[in-house]
Design a protein around this ligand. Structure first.
Ligand SMILES: NC(=O)c1ccc[n+]([C@@H]2O[C@H](COP(=O)([O-])OP(=O)(O)OC[C@H]3O[C@@H](n4cnc5c(N)ncnc54)[C@H](OP(=O)(O)O)[C@@H]3O)[C@@H](O)[C@H]2O)c1
Length: 247
């Protein structure tokens, strides 16, 4: 099958492209770096010619509320329109566990809007909801840092390795559309403060973690289980300690 991976040069996308090729598909990375821009539409129609499946694992370069909403609304609208014209049989997108229950977060609102556009299209689709990637720990720490202190909630997280997320996305892309959502998560529930603290310590990062249940996570104050998957989630094997040992 020809499978176009939008965002195929990114963290998840490059792994998905490699896996889909291993499975015997023609996997084509599509992103501004390869001449395909889902925001402007440049190169989209051309890259979708003869394709069977579209996988969207792109991300907004800016996480500011308006930017991220504009990114996912515009890019998804363009991709869905082009995919419909190209007769794509399976549209796969990667989203975030719990994005539909955190409307205070601009990022989560944008991901929920992306999902609504996909569900409202006439395309057959699969949505993959992943928890936070281990690789994203540094970004979370930076976004929560003021005056050298990292203020974080102790709400539960079940972080996952990017390798494991990519395997789920690639497997689903190579299979029949679900017309529904699957959740995937790591094997352990940790406190957000505990997870990020462990990563910073492993990296000899001197920043102090301050536990504050009211500290917002990308704009949303977290409930204990806001970021946790439901009971039917596919649980990955890689533990935080395994991942840290490999860094
Ligand atoms: N981080 C987390 O913990 C987490 C958890 C669950 C779900 N997710 C979701 O996972 C997805 C992938 O995240 P990631 O960390 O792999 O992203 P990433 O490494 O930041 O990669 C972003 C990709 O998007 C591409 N892109 C940017 N602007 C584009 C445009 N206008 N048109 C087409 N492609 C464009 C980039 O292309 P260039 O290389 O050409 O710039 C790059 O390939 C996101 O949708 C995110 O919401 C993330």
């Amino acid at each position: 099958m020809k499978i176009v991976v939008v965002g195929g040069t990114g963290l998840i996308g490059s792994k998905v492209v490699a896996l889909l090729k291993e499975f015997g598909n023609q996997a084509v990375p599509a992103s501004p770096r390869t001449g395909v821009n889902a925001l402007t539409g440049e190169g989209v129609k051309e890259v979708l010619q003869g394709a069977n499946v579209v996988v969207d694992v792109s991300n907004s370069p800016s996480f500011a509320d308006d930017d991220v909403m504009s990114f996912f609304r515009t890019s998804t609208t363009n991709l869905l329109e082009a995919a419909t014209q190209a007769g794509i049989g399976h549209y796969v997108a990667l989203s975030v566990v719990g994005c539909d229950r955190m409307p205070e977060s601009g990022y989560m609102r944008a991901k929920a809007a992306q999902e609504e556009l996909i569900k409202g299209s006439n395309l057959t689709y699969s949505l993959v909801h992943a928890t936070q990637f281990f690789e994203f720990a540094g970004g979370i720490a930076d976004s929560a840092t003021t005056d050298g202190k990292v203020r974080l909630s102790d709400a539960g997280v079940q972080p996952i390795a990017a390798d494991d997320v990519s395997a789920v996305v690639a497997t689903i892309a190579a299979d029949a559309p679900l017309n529904g959502t699957v959740e995937t998560a790591g094997p352990e529930v940790l406190g957000m403060d505990q997870w990020i603290g462990t990563v910073l310590t492993a990296r000899s990062d001197p920043r102090e973690i301050v536990t504050d249940p009211q500290a917002p996570y990308f704009g949303a104050v977290l409930e204990r289980d806001s970021l946790l998957p439901g009971s039917g989630a596919q649980l990955a094997q890689t533990r935080l300690s395994d991942w840290l040992a490999r860094q």
